[in-house]
Design a protein around this ligand. Structure first.
Ligand code: CP
Ligand code: NVA
Length: 297
């Protein structure tokens, strides 16, 4: 049976760590002659927009000697209601892996059930596991092993937050989450942290002692209709310089991007000295390559 990557929590701690270590190694070596995926193809199904995920998978496959196919759902028969199960059976016979970004973790699981080849979650409404591989790589590179340290998630308890919760358990750090009551992670998502994630009412309390301060947009793709009430509820959870000052003096700031300056983060913070967001975005490439090796070799 193919090994899938639909959530970070599907990995055990040793595998999660070894993928991140491999990403660091691939980046250091930067070896264009390393082409273990020669002749292999990744199908990339996108029902939602993407810059980083698309580019990192496409460039990553090319660097490893393979090829990636962009399948925007609207331009495929999926957009005309061909079932995911049928699509999985067809793609499995021509491609070596499938990446999917859509609004349904349940549909991704359905795709995986019918696929003979690995299925990768490139973001769903509930998880963003690929992002967390790059985020953990960035934390290791910038500040050493996350084990025993603390991160503070400030803002919307969204898909990226859920993958941070799973990362906290796997990599052994504490995750302090400050979100408005109505935008807290669901109890079942919080439970994925196995005690590593803790809720706070105030952002100012969550960041105390934090080695990493992380946030994401307030209005995720597909939630655009809720933007006004989200801005109202989330404004007290903006990451600004005063909030960063309450974290550890060497704390780093992370954000999966795209960012909305003046909403979830101020320009001063995201473009300031504690921000590592560009390395974090660049690491998507190496993390994706390490994941592809893990799933395909
Ligand atoms: N962080 C992230 O997944 O970015 P994209 O939406 O551009 O892929
Ligand atoms: N939470 C965001 C992440 C984008 C990469 C969204 O789902 O739109």
């Amino acid at each position: 049976m193919a090994r899938h990557f639909l959530t970070l929590g599907q990995l055990n701690a040793a595998d999660a760590r070894s993928i991140v270590m491999r990403a660091i190694e691939l980046k250091r070596a930067n070896d264009p002659s390393h082409r273990p995926l020669l002749g292999r193809t990744l199908a990339m199904i996108f029902a939602k927009s993407s810059t980083r995920t698309r580019v990192s998978f496409e460039v990553g496959m090319a660097r490893l000697g393979g090829h990636a196919l962009m399948l925007a759902t609207a331009q495929t028969q999926l957009g005309r209601d061909e079932p995911l199960a049928d699509t999985a059976k067809v793609l499995s016979r021509m491609c070596d892996a499938i990446m999917i970004r859509n609004d349904s973790q349940a549909d991704q699981e359905e795709l995986a059930r019918h696929s003979r080849v690995p299925v990768i979650n490139g973001l769903s409404e509930r998880h963003h596991p690929c992002q967390l591989l790059a985020d953990m790589q960035t934390w290791f590179e910038q500040a050493g092993d996350p084990a025993g340290k603390t991160a503070a998630w400030i803002g919307d308890g969204n898909n990226v937050c859920t993958s941070w919760i799973e990362a906290a358990k796997l990599f052994g750090f504490q995750l302090n989450i400050a979100a408005p009551v109505e935008y807290r992670p669901a109890p079942e998502d919080l439970a994925l942290g196995g005690g590593a994630a803790k809720l706070f009412e105030e952002a100012t309390d969550a960041v105390v002692g934090a080695d990493v301060v992380v946030t994401d947009c307030w209005t995720s793709m597909g939630r655009e209709g809720e933007e006004t009430q989200r801005i109202a509820a989330l404004t007290p959870f903006r990451v600004d310089a005063a909030l960063m000052q309450r974290a550890r003096s060497n704390a780093i700031f992370m954000h999966c991007l795209p960012a909305h300056r003046g909403e979830e983060v101020t320009t001063e913070v995201i473009d300031g000295p504690q921000s590592v967001v560009w390395d974090e975005a660049g690491n998507r490439l190496w993390a994706q390559m390490a994941l592809l090796e893990f799933l395909l070799l």
